[in-house]
Write a protein that binds this ligand. Structure first.
Ligand code: SAH
Length: 217
């Protein structure tokens, strides 16, 4: 007999042991991650490990981020319900779902067409596609037609900060982006304010490489 996992319990456990215990304090983020069924965003063969403390292979050489990293990025962006958000690198759509359950709307760009389609299907399946648009294409230069954004999240490691992303931010606005070499990066946060650009380092990290015009070729 096969046991059906208690997904809500796994989710609760993930929120407590991986997020609250590591300084994720933003209740909106914790609530969002308690609500979004991550098990539907990982490939079926990895569903049993949907809530483990690590990234998971989603095919096409890409991954769904570790839950903690998704939470940390969303918390760092200080999202609220009036925000218009751009994500670069939708992958399977999980982080878009998390941010979309907090913010007003999310547009997320994905360079692998098959993943863009999977992200769209996943979001539709879990009923979270109402305020989220997945666009297939290169997002390394942002997405001008919906700009400006209150918050931008880049989910792939960039060799440098693309200027167009900073330009597409509102003032005030926030950007999180992993910057470094192909293997290791630091997660940086930008606060764009009337007084100028304020950069901080959040943590060391390891994302898949950002491709496209402003990424690694
Ligand atoms: N946001 C995802 C993580 C995705 S991994 C999550 O929910 O966990 C990063 C994704 O960025 C990969 O799917 C990769 O294909 C995509 N990517 C890389 N370069 C890109 C680019 N220039 N534009 C859009 N997507 C890109």
């Amino acid at each position: 007999m096969e046991l059906i996992p208690d997904w809500a319990a796994e989710r609760r456990n993930m929120v407590e042991s991986q997020l609250r215990s590591r300084q994720i304090r933003d209740e909106r983020v914790l609530r969002a991650m308690q609500a979004i069924p991550r098990e539907y965003f990982v490939p079926p063969q990895f569903r049993h490990s949907a809530y483990t403390d690590q990234p998971i292979d989603i095919g096409y050489g890409q991954t769904i981020s570790q839950p903690y990293m998704t939470a940390l990025m969303a918390q760092t962006l200080e999202l609220d319900s009036s925000d218009s958000v751009l994500e670069v690198g939708a992958g399977c759509g999980y982080a878009a779902a998390v941010m979309g359950s907090i913010a007003k709307r999310v547009v997320s760009i994905e360079i692998v067409p098959e993943l863009a389609a999977i992200a769209r299907d996943n979001l539709h399946y879990v009923g979270r596609d109402g305020n989220i648009t997945i666009i297939g294409g290169d997002g390394s230069m942002g997405y001008e037609s919906r700009a400006p954004y209150d918050a931008i999240s880049v989910a792939a490691g960039a060799p440098h900060v693309p200027e167009s992303l900073v330009d597409q931010l509102k003032t005030p606005g926030r950007l999180v982006i992993p910057v470094g070499d192909r293997g290791d990066q630091e997660l940086r946060v930008l606060h764009k304010t009337r007084d100028g650009l304020l950069w901080n380092v959040v943590t060391q990290c390891r994302f898949v490489p950002l491709r496209g015009g402003e990424g690694w070729n």
